[in-house]
Design a protein around this ligand. Structure first.
Ligand SMILES: Cc1ncc(COP(=O)(O)O)c(C=O)c1O
Length: 407
């Protein structure tokens, strides 16, 4: 008899987006011909920027010629991309990050999900509520939690993100070893200023904790006062790892490219008390389990940092942020409190009722799909997430329908 990893049985039976898809499919079957507008799942809709496409094509041509063909690349990413990232995402902003502290990968989902593998199973894990589900589920799979009771896994420390704390959790009273933070946030669209991040860095330094900082939505920050990276905070190099992605920045959700930043100073400890550099541990993990991102994809990602690439990426972000602004404005106009959507592509709408009930209402009466806040954690109850990732035309049509249905 082959036994399974029983931790998988602790996972909540149905994944949020599967549940949504089922309800949408039922609605579509009952309403043939009715066009459904999806403001639910956070996938981008605009094509790749022309600068990326040109670089992509060129690299594909190189792969077709004997002299320029490349086979396996370095597992941690080509030097040209790591240098471009270090220079433009960090050093230009006055942040000290070197190319060899950057690990290119095929997604921030895999990286945020896999990183916990480096640590022992008895760590205290803190996750925000509401949360990007990957942080929680991968720790459940690894066996770091008990059962799920009333929507929360036993053994995890939940960091409530509510209206009263501006959806930026306060440091907990108890000690946490690994702390997942995500700003700009999915699902709430909240951002954390330097002062709030500094509290977390201080907490981590005092408690010997590690912050796993997910900055997948960094490129949507327009407010000059907001930090783009946790490494803008003094002392963060000792206590934080940062995850970034080209997915939302440059439309790479289907192309796949991301990276993780692990400063040299970041360490954890062996049972003997001996310090171990996380950078070296992750390199060992990646060289064993990962064979790198394809050469053309890395060239396309590099083009994000060219002059035209930067302009195009900025325009792409502006396009979605304009959608976000429209969603905020029109929903506020019919009486809903809206959060986020200013430096993030998500709007967190206080629906004032059961979030699945509101989801059904919006689908039934407007043919619009949102994401019920309860799917992201118990603090998400009473909210829904609307995504700005859609065409202007669809967003405007959805808003007209929502106004008609809910006014
Ligand atoms: C907070 C957060 N992190 C990571 C990801 C995944 O990024 P990637 O496409 O690079 O795997 C997402 C995608 O929705 C996200 O919302």
């Amino acid at each position: 008899m082959i036994r399974i990893n029983e931790n998988y049985l602790k996972l909540k039976a149905s994944y949020l987006f599967t549940d949504i898809a089922r309800r949408v499919a039922n609605y579509a079957a009952k309403n043939p011909g009715r066009e459904i507008i999806r403001l639910g799942i956070g996938d981008v809709t605009c094509p790749l920027p022309p600068a990326c496409i040109a670089a992509f094509h060129k690299a594909v041509e190189e792969m077709g010629a004997e002299k320029t063909f490349r086979g396996y690349g370095p597992e941690q990413g080509y030097q040209f991309l790591r240098e471009a990232i270090a220079a433009h995402d960090f050093q230009e902003r006055g942040i000290r990050i070197e190319p060899d502290e950057i690990f290119v990968s095929d997604g921030a989902k895999c990286d945020t999900g896999n990183f916990q593998e480096l640590f022992s199973l008895d760590l205290a894990i803190a996750v925000p509520d509401p949360v990007y589900p990957v942080y929680v589920d991968t720790n459940v799979m690894a066996g770091r939690t008990g059962e799920n009771r009333d929507g929360r896994y036993q053994g995890l420390i939940y960091l409530d993100s509510t209206e009263s704390n501006g959806f930026v959790p306060m440091v907990p009273k108890e000690r946490a070893d690994l702390i997942y933070l995500c700003f700009p946030n999915n699902p709430t669209g909240a951002t954390a200023d330097k002062h709030r991040l500094a509290e977390w860095v201080r907490y981590a330094a005092e408690n010997g904790s590690l912050i796993l900082f997910d900055a997948a939505y960094e490129s949507f920050i327009r407010d000059d006062g907001l930090p783009h990276s946790i490494f803008e905070i003094e002392g963060a190099r000792e206590v934080a790892v940062e995850f970034r992605s080209f997915s939302k920045t440059a439309g790479f959700t289907g192309t796949r490219c991301a990276f993780t930043v692990i400063p040299r100073e970041c360490r954890a400890y062996a049972g003997t008390g001996e310090p171990v550099h996380l950078r070296e541990l992750w390199l060992r993990r990646q060289t064993t389990k990962f064979n790198g991102v394809s050469y053309p994809v890395q060239r396309a990602a590099e083009a994000v940092y060219s002059e035209e690439g930067r302009r195009q990426v900025r325009e792409l972000g502006d396009y979605y942020l304009k959608n976000a602004g429209l969603i905020r404005e029109r929903l506020a106009g019919i009486g809903f409190s809206c959060f986020g959507g200013l430096n993030a592509p998500y709007i967190w709408v206080k629906c004032g009722s059961d979030s699945w009930e509101f989801f059904d209402r919006l689908l039934e009466h407007a043919g619009v799909v949102c994401t019920p806040g309860a799917g992201f954690g118990s603090c998400g109850e009473g909210y829904v997430r609307l995504s700005a990732f859609n065409s202007r035309e669809n967003v405007l049509a959805a808003l007209d329908r929502i106004e008609d249905a809910l006014k």
